[in-house]
Design a protein around this ligand. Sequence first.
Ligand code: BMA
Length: 877
Amino acid sequence: MERIDLAGSWTLTQGAARCGGEPPDDAPRAGGSLGGTGSPGAPGGPLPMRIPGDTYTALIDSGAIPDPYYGTRELDTLWVGRSDWLISRSLTVEPAFCDGRHVFLYADSLDTCAEVRLNGTAIAESRNMFAPLRAELGERLRPGENRIEILFRSAEAQARTLRERLPYPLPHTVYPVQSPHRNLLRKVQCHGGWDWGPCLMVSGVYGPIYLGSCSLGRIEYVTTESRRIGRAWQLAVEVEYFAYEQARVPLQIAAGGASLDRRVEVRPGANRLAEVLELPDVEPWWPAGYGGQPLYTLSVAVGDERRELEIGFRTLDLILEDDAAGRGMSFVVNGRRVFCKGANWIPTDALPARQTVERCERLLADAAAANMNMLRVWGGGQYESEGFYRLCDRKGILVWQDFMFSCSTYPAEPWFLDTVAGEVSHQVKRLKHHPSLAIWCGNNENLGALGWFPETRDNLERYRRDYERLNDEVVGALVRELDPGRPWWPGSPSAGPGDYTDNWHDDSKGDMHYWSVWHEGRSFEAYYEVVPRFCSEFGFQSFPSLDTVRRYAPEDQWNVTSPVMEHHQRSPRGNTVIVETMSRYFRLPESFEDFLYLSQVQQALAIKTAVEYWRSSRPRCMGALYWQLNDLWPGASWSSIEHSGKWKPVHYAARRFFAPVHVAAHCADGQTLRVVGLNDTAQARPGRLHLRLLDFAGHARLEEEMAVELAAEAATPLWARAVRDLPVRPEEAFLAVRFLSEGGGKGAAAAVAVHNELFLVPYKRCALPRAEIASRISMEADEALIELASDLPAFFVTLDSGAVPGVFTDNLFALLPGEPRSIRFAFRAEPAGGPAPERSAAEAAASGGAGGRSAGADLLERLAASLKLFHLRGTYR
Ligand code: BMA
């Protein structure tokens, strides 16, 4: 096949003018300091636009609208989503491209209500951004100059029209800034606003777009299924080949040292060419922490058409087993039960043009660095790019893949079911070969949503039937048909296939979304009241660090209840919950920056409490995915990584509480202190456990050291003591846990050194002394070395590098007298594609190079100038 790639420069025109519509009522106004930049209004003439790309980004790049992430400017740009937009370009076609050949247009991710014209003639329409468009062009493509145009009708306007045609209302969750009836569109649901994101109703093209020319036909999909037979593997390969004519063509398939070469008969239309290869000698693929990720190239050729895929070999089963507590839920890979540890993934940016490969790769590397082995691609976002899944394959990150439906009712009429069927079959065929893809899941919280709205509660049977039609009879049925070897899960949360009970508060079976801490305002101790079989969502919000706040709020807004800070908080009770929790556990800070920091400490404590307790309950609990890994704009949210890429303290904590070998401590019943060894590896870990009850002057009031063994793939109770038997009052001391295990042995395990602390009462009740922390910073190789020592116990010690991007070797730790710590800081550039940070000229100069000196000295100077150190205090004066 030959291609003319249509990526690159196009022009963008506001569609209203072109289509004879009226300009929108709320076209941009000139704004004040927080709002618009004083831009003159809707763009007059055509503007340049990069494809792949989106309308908002093109308008921002041309200066026609301000960056919507700053201040409250988002509100000044809502008109963009209410307009129609036309993109166009010319292209030159050589005669040989068309002569005697079959020509077509392919466009992936047309967002969303798109009409395509070639040389003024309508050639295709698309209404679903999750299914590609393939249009045969025939004579309409001519040698020489051609013009292609795509008109994007306002998705919001289309949704309103669809709403008017519905026989009965289809309610969806409502967010502070939102686009109504988004559930009627096959468009990324969170484009229309969410409880952590803006409403930016973008349109554009986000995937490949090209003209293809072929002599006989084209490969549309290559899918695989592998089966283990003893030590060998059987690889079933299916090639979907679209032929224009009947013919006999050569078919070649090769993978892992096996190959076949034969001639096959194809007929006009779609052909399924199915073959099986036997591979005697391939290494299995494992999730991270369980083994390597060997990948093999599969090459397929039909006629002169070729396709290559990277594939891996593993068995994966979802085991649902009845037991004393109900029914277990665990993933078993190559025969080993995997405790799934990770987070929920949302799109990397609200503006698709800013979703760069570099940012995706950085986030996945950071997930792996925090010992995650599973990410859930959440149903209110998008099926991710090919690069995302390929990286998950390479890093050993299992993917829990939702279909893109979330928190709403959805239509069950034929027009909707048809388009969803096309979407599901495309996505399944596109992604099925990835070894990282662990499970298909119908939707996010749609079953629960049946109980959220007066309309659904009053007519539950009707909406339940609609749910079943869409979710089970279309999505589920197609998954079972097209990918029978992979687990299908009806929704998240769910009690399991065929069970329509709401699983929100049931920890006996299925996956659970445990939101009582946060949405119901319960304390962290509520995590001890449940042992989910698999917790696919639980979370706690924090504010981002000051450097991120600076990127959206001017200094006169640096107070959490200021208009801009509230605008960047989309969870309706969000700030109230953060403040209430703070008053429950801590003495209140006085400065804005301490407030941001303490919000991050309590977020880390919440997630740590849950994960350590649930891991301690293995094998009853076999998965914990917190809400949420990343942010798509800067603001308050449940993320563990800020929009800029900076790790929040909870991400450092995750690296410890998700570590394959860890030691947890809790006092779940309020009476007994327990220490539990957590070991997900296949080898038992012997080591020395050192427990101390230290008072706040740093003196040991109880000290015990013992040899212990952490059993393989298990939680091992190591020590317990009744609180009433402790030699101190609970508010006078804290427990310091140290576990050391030497490396070596079978499988050459690495040495492990765990440190963990537990307070016995809320922090605010303890008389924390004023610790003095001495620090020294120097350069060692290309990293900064920060040496820290404290005269008294200091808690939740956190280093913040300000605007200097990079990662510390540890953070959010206790610093005890006589136990200095050396922390290293690895500098790294922010990945390409983020928004231009709003900073003052002086700050920009400080984050740029000073010139004339060694790069190391320059980096060190920048870090030393921005570095801040936080820790918990009894008083902030
Ligand atoms: C969930 C998710 C999201 C939401 C989050 C925080 O239940 O599925 O829809 O953003 O909680 O409220």
